[in-house]
Design a protein around this ligand. Sequence first.
Ligand code: NAD
Ligand code: DAU
Length: 379
Amino acid sequence: MKTYLVTGAAGFIGANFIKYLLKRYDNIRIVVLDALTYAGNLGTIADDIDNDRCIFVRGDIGDRSLADELFARYKFDYVVNFAAESHVDRSIENPQLFLQTNILGTQNLLDAARRSWVTGHDETGYPLWRNGVRFHQVSTDEVYGSLGAEGYFTEHTPLCPHSPYSASKTSADLFVMAYRDTYHMPVSITRCSNNYGPYHFPEKLIPLIIKNILEGKSLPVYGDGSNVRDWLYVEDHCKAIDLVISQGRAGEVYNVGGHNEKTNLEIVRLTIATIHRLMESHPEYRKVLKKQVITPDGDIDISWINDSLITFVKDRLGHDQRYAIDPTKIHNELGWVPETTFEVGIVKTIEWYLNHQDWVEEVTSGEYQKYYDRMYGNR
Ligand code: NAD
Ligand code: DAU
């Protein structure tokens, strides 16, 4: 039986990852370590925690004694490090928190793993590692910086981050590689493009747009909306990480992305059109609308769900123009292909939000409104 330490699994991708693992494998044990910041929500994984196959520990990845205690108690085979401050706009507001969690927190986990997993040293002084262990770092395509109209990020693209968020993720990657080179630690890194899907916190573009449409609010598009992101359904990312941990070569970086580039304006327009279409074909979904206008026929009006909701707002500082992943390596070595097309994934995602408004209310009941007002004013 393999035991995983999965950090940050009360957040978006980590939660989807443990749900995926628990469904796929019977003979595993997962320990979740999560500080439950504004982005972490225990309710998201409450049904998965059973104190047998899946154990929850609230704590900071930067806490040395807690990390040592967990490694000693559970004898982890794998560490999968999702825990991070993940939002670019917040990193522009408060960079230091990103250094603490994303860099120092990652380095703390690397050290705890080293203290626990090293079994001795070879004649040249390099550590010997317990068989089968792996430290997996969940990284991002943002470490490569920004592309022009042409080309893709490969694993050989020079690291060139621009935001405090991406600079902190790049530093973490460099530490992971430093532990590989200095201590021969068995590590791997995945660098994925933008994810979307269930449990995505509504500060990020797609869930924010869905939430605002349902509330009849305007849809803030930064700059002229021409920035391009390469969107991947979250479950395809989870499958990629699982493959890299179990079959990927130690010491390697794998880029993950589905060749699904879209401008932000396209994403917003598609989301508007999809919600409108779903509400036309399934009138019961209209009840979810917070803005209820009744037509003379007594129906809930949806004619206002159109592109006029879009508002162009001040651009993000240092806004990267385009991200696009070349996934050839993970495809050729591990046979990974994205299985969910954007057309299918966006409908699944929107339907999930329409059916889980209680989750949206739970995660946005605290600090969220203050953040929203600070970021977007009273739009
Ligand atoms: P998220 O913000 O939804 O979740 C982050 C989780 O980490 C939360 O549960 C939070 O409570 C926890 N956390 C934060 N600080 C912590 C700390 N100090 N100790 C313990 N837990 C802490 O993030 P996400 O979107 O799920 O991203 C997960 C990882 O994937 C991040 O490392 C991110 O850089 C990376 N990533 C995200 C995307 C994306 O599109 N969202 C794409 C590529 C890579
Ligand atoms: O590329 C992977 C990265 O994707 C991850 O490493 C990050 O953790 C994740 O947050 C995401 O970063 P982005 O900055 O690309 O995602 P976000 O959803 O914040 O923004 C997507 C695009 O939409 C970006 O160009 C900014 C724009 N945007 C975003 C918001 C929140 C808007 O135009 N309006 C908005 O209100």
